[in-house]
Design a protein around this ligand. Structure first.
Ligand SMILES: [Fe+2]
Ligand SMILES: [Fe+2]
Length: 218
């Protein structure tokens, strides 16, 4: 509740607790984002929002690309089509937010985080599809964590409009991670799925920890 006092995890001075749910680390992530990330990410808000817009665009494109590559998987076509629709609505929302600030989206730049994750995808089906779905799940889960961090950080900084904006989008990314996990779990036996999830979780943490903190979502 706004106005309550709480102590930050880093043990600094008490801060004003933001509205919305408490911060949670998505279950598939092995590590939390470094505490210094927030300051770096928000140092250039125009750059952060531009990167965020392209993240949403790529999420929509990735979902539709899976429909193109795997049209025979009927249930997933429905889920992925709806997901692409929602991600496209996020593109529109981020674009509108940029426009309200008088900013034009900047060009996309290479996403080394996503590139590192996609490099883990194996060649042979159905493992290729499984890994692709897991990569998407990790990107969604990490996005959920970081958009939550932005929502909380902006609230603490008194930027309520930005905070509310990011809280709504953070909640959506959490649901999206679960959709990809559900689609992936249907492809292989449960023990094989759990083993690959654990491997990918460790790899995701390694990839993330090797990247610099800049004004982008990841
Ligand atoms: Fe999204
Ligand atoms: Fe998403």
């Amino acid at each position: 509740m706004k106005g309550e006092r709480t102590t930050t995890t880093a043990g600094e001075a008490p801060a004003v607790a933001p509205p919305g749910p408490p911060l949670t680390l998505p279950r598939i992530l092995s590590s939390a984002t470094h505490p210094r990330w927030y300051a770096a990410a928000t140092a250039d808000l125009h750059a952060l929002l531009s990167d965020h817009l392209h993240c949403e665009r790529k999420a929509a494109e990735n979902a539709l690309s899976l429909v193109r590559r795997y049209p025979h998987r009927g249930d997933s076509v429905d889920a992925l089509g709806r997901l692409a629709h929602e991600e496209t609505s996020h593109v529109i929302q981020v674009a509108a937010f940029l426009a309200r600030r008088g900013w034009t989206p900047r060009a996309d730049t290479p996403n080394l985080y996503a590139r590192g994750l996609f490099a883990q995808v194996r060649d042979r089906e159905p493992l290729r599809l499984l890994d692709t779905l897991l990569v998407a799940a990790f990107i969604e889960a990490r996005s959920h964590e970081r958009l939550q961090l932005l929502a909380h950080g902006f609230a603490a900084d008194g930027q309520d409009e930005l905070s509310a904006f990011y809280q709504v989008l953070a909640n959506a990314e959490d649901r999206h991670a679960e959709i990809f996990l559900e689609l992936g779990a249907a492809l292989v036996p449960a023990d094989a799925f759990a083993a690959r999830l654990e491997e990918m979780s460790a790899r995701e943490s390694e990839i993330l920890s090797a990247l610099p903190h800049t004004s982008r979502v990841h």
